[in-house]
Design a protein around this ligand. Structure first.
Ligand code: TRP
Length: 382
């Protein structure tokens, strides 16, 4: 793989320098146009979430069908998920943060899937107890973002299997092994849990329609790496008699060490800011983070820095700039050389501390209702 030329994006691997426009073409998804964003802004009461306004969400499938539903006040729901392989890092919050906002602005129910089975099958180093325990910890962090307890339900795979399985039986029969092999690129040595797993990730797309006994379309905000699963879901939807799920895809949030994604799979823990990192550790990680700065202060004052390649700028962009004005200011001052990396990192660290302190409180409140949100029973026998 020649550096800067090739990249790989699948649900199980993200590598290289990602050309997002090309990735969209490879995957065959649609561009998130300013027309669609303008429609969403109007439906959402005149504002856009920063993840949309700042271009982190950039691609979609069939978003217009969901906007039509919302405009007609007809039901649809939101769905996203997490494979619990360890603590959450800040980049994992992006899709849930957008879901929370969409739930608040459009009044839609939210379904969260926690795939403790998937991560056990995908990661040789993890025990069953570990993925289940991380699943619960991750769920508290997700719900703490401010989801509405009355309109939020959770599929915790190992505990919700009785609710999921009747539909999984039907879904699995429609997915040929050749599709799974081609879509995910599994080696012959891959365990059969993973081969089956994609059926379980499809089930929530259809579950609310099954429960309601009528079409309830699904919108999935997720990282674009998850799109392959939902290509499979979309292919089988019609045969099952359910609407195809619509998707909103985000770019990956870059890692602190300058990688394409803030992942610690096959990388050191310094690539990511974990929600459970102690303050000192967060500080050290930000201080050591890869930036778009110059070799010397003098050069940077004179020539400016390059925000687009900077992992710290990516954090301002995704969550820590409080307004679009502030985001624009940080960007301009970085580019002009007015803001040096040390000062910029210091400001970000302050925001990070404020966020983790607030989050810790919200997390305790989320624990009170997390268990009751887990779905354990199927609506009715098939
Ligand atoms: N496979 C995802 C992961 O590894 C977890 C997941 C399940 C998911 N359902 C989802 C992600 C729906 C996005 C949308 O993290």
């Amino acid at each position: 793989m020649a550096d800067g030329e090739e990249f790989i994006v699948t649900p199980y691997e993200v590598r290289g320098r990602i050309d997002y426009a090309r990735l969209r073409e490879q995957f065959g998804t649609q561009e998130l146009t300013s027309e669609l964003l303008a429609r969403l802004r109007t439906l959402a009461g005149g504002e856009l979430h920063p993840l949309l306004a700042r271009g982190i969400y950039y691609s979609h499938r069939d978003l217009a069908t969901i906007l039509d539903r919302a405009a007609a006040h007809r039901p649809f729901f939101l769905y996203s998920g997490r494979g619990p392989s360890g603590p959450l890092h800040v980049s994992h919050l992006a899709s849930f943060e957008l879901c929370r906002w969409l739930q608040e602005r459009l009044g839609a129910p939210m379904y969260v899937q926690i795939t403790d089975d998937e991560k056990y099958w995908a990661r040789a180093g993890l025990t069953r107890e570990e993925t289940a325990a991380w699943g619960l910890e991750n769920l508290y962090d997700i719900l703490a973002l401010g989801f509405d307890p009355r309109r939020t339900r959770v599929f915790f795979d190992s505990r919700s299997i009785a609710a999921l399985y009747p539909l999984a039986i039907r879904v699995a029969r429609r997915i040929p092994y050749s599709t799974v092999r081609a879509v995910f690129g599994f080696e012959p040595s891959a365990n059969i849990g993973l081969v089956f797993y994609t059926a379980l990730q499809s089930v929530p797309c259809f579950w609310p329609s099954w429960e309601a006994g009528e079409d309830v379309p699904c919108l999935i905000p997720c990282g674009i790496d998850q799109d392959p699963h939902f290509r499979v879901s979309r292919d089988i939807a019609e045969g099952l008699g359910y609407p195809k799920p619509a998707l909103l895809h985000s770019q990956m949030i870059p890692g602190l060490l300058g990688d394409a994604a803030m992942s610690t799979t096959g990388n050191t823990a310094d690539n990511a800011l974990f929600l459970n990192d102690p303050p000192k550790v967060l500080e050290r990680k930000v201080k050591n983070a890869f930036t778009g700065g110059r070799a010397t202060v003098e050069e940077q004052r004179r020539l400016g820095a390059t925000p687009e390649i900077c992992s710290v700028w990516a954090l301002w962009r995704t969550r820590f700039a409080r307004s679009d004005d502030e985001f624009r200011t940080v960007t301009e001052q970085c580019r002009s050389g007015a803001l040096l990396c040390g000062e910029c990192k210091g400001k970000l660290i302050e925001r990070l501390h404020a966020f983790t302190a607030e989050h810790a409180v919200a997390r305790e409140r989320a624990k009170e209702w997390a268990e009751s949100a887990i779905v354990t029973a199927a609506p009715r026998p098939l």
